[in-house]
Design a binder for this molecule. Structure first.
Ligand SMILES: [Cu+2]
Length: 173
């Protein structure tokens, strides 16, 4: 009887994993939602811890814009959650694709969409302006040339004045 029970348990445990592996419980931004703010990251919460083998992270979240361009960075896993930073600067429809590995080794894949409708979004997103470039070599050279030209002009004026002085100078000859 004991043997039968353990055999049954074994069978049940063998049969269970198909329904026991990780499944998506919640997400931010949530599936098919519309958010007002540009999300900084996409976070997926699963019902159980995700697999990480040593330094290897087999879990991947990818976020694409409506034109299919990747807008997400490297996926970070913490327990049952996976997160990826996103760079979203305009409104539109986005697609989240994920492929994670459960603790039991099962791969779970899925995708969903969300919309960004920020009231502060500009119709055509402005490129983030780079800070004024510091004075580099070329700029310094230009300034040096300018200084030399000014000095040269000054010298010419000085000489002319001296010549004029010696020609029509107050000093009697
Ligand atoms: Cu599983």
């Amino acid at each position: 009887m004991k043997r039968f029970i353990s055999l049954t348990l074994l069978l049940v445990m063998w049969a269970l994993p198909s329904s026991a592996h990780s499944s998506l419980v919640s997400a931010v931004p949530s599936a098919e939602s519309t958010v007002m703010d540009f999300p900084m990251e996409v976070v997926l919460n699963f019902n159980e811890e995700l697999m990480i083998v040593g330094d290897a992270n087999p879990n991947k979240i990818e976020v694409f814009d409506s034109e299919g361009a990747l807008v997400s960075g490297a996926t970070v896993v913490k327990g049952a959650s996976a997160a990826a930073p996103v760079g979203i600067v305009g409104n539109g429809a986005f697609t989240v694709k994920y492929r994670v590995v459960s603790k039991d080794g099962h791969v779970v894949e899925g995708s969903y969409g969300f919309n960004v409708e920020s009231p502060i979004a500009i119709a055509t997103p402005m490129p983030i302006s780079a800070p004024e470039p510091a004075e580099d070599g070329a700029n310094l050279l230009v300034r040096l040339v300018e200084l030399l030209v000014i000095a040269g002009l000054g010298y010419v004026v000085f000489i002319s004045l001296r010549k004029a002085n010696s020609l029509f100078g107050s000093r009697p000859r």
